[in-house]
Design a protein. Sequence first.
Length: 318
Amino acid sequence: MRFAVYLPLLFPLLAALAARPLGERLPPRLATWLLTVAAVVLAAASSLVLGMLAITGLIRFPLLAELAHGRWSAQVAQHHDPASLSVGLLAGALLTAAATAAGVALWRRVRTLVAAAAEAACLPGPDELVVVEDPAAEAYAIPGLPGRIVVSTGMLEALDANEHKILLAHERAHLAHHHYLFVAVVQLAATANPLLRPLADTVTYTVERWADESAATVIGDRRQVAHTVGKAALAAKRARAHTWIPTAALGILGRFSQAGPGPVPRRVAALLAPPLRNRPLPLAGILAVLAASTVCAAEAAHDLELLLELAKHGASHR
């Protein structure tokens, strides 16, 4: 198989380098969609290439050809395939590890969504908004049918009435635009191909920026939204408690982690700056990478098909 087969394994590196600049320079809704689609396409292309390389390694073994009743010639396959046996075996090992990790991650994501839906259904009251008695400043949305918005009394006390509206507009945007699905899909792709981890990290940021911009549209004051985001983060930092928060939750403080509330200063700075516009050049660049990865994977599939035909033809003339 020719050199093009290896390119889909390298393109994720380019996407990883471009992920954060794209997340900072493109409108957050566009950046979220673009990076999510890019992660899926690049993960699929690299997995397909690993599978095809693994097949070229397997068909070299005479024992497998005999078990398949001599449907192909292992000698012909070895003669015509430029990829070495070690490359095929390494690709098979990597693909097995990636498939196992992706399967485990998918199972955990499904369990997380089910648990989130159950948690949302069990929260008290029929309303979308649920207020919990907790001095720690917390606010987050839980996906479900329907989704719920949980806000602590500590957060309500830290913000004024107008800031409450901004908070709720932010959390409603998370539910309305199904932001958790974007995060889950891109994290699953990054599990299948760890080189895509920067895309997953950037999407966790762009969904928060998307919700910030949605709140700014509802309220009509970007500066006020920036002030509220910063004020909520400071309140949470002062009164952070060990409160249990569902894994599926998304909130105005960003993805919850032990490291803190997330890149809030970048979000505040983005809200204080003019709204971002579409940039044709970076958009065209990432689309070109996706197209090239798809074409290379298709070319590799064609080469593999020709190799298998030669191996079958060799077997028929023995």
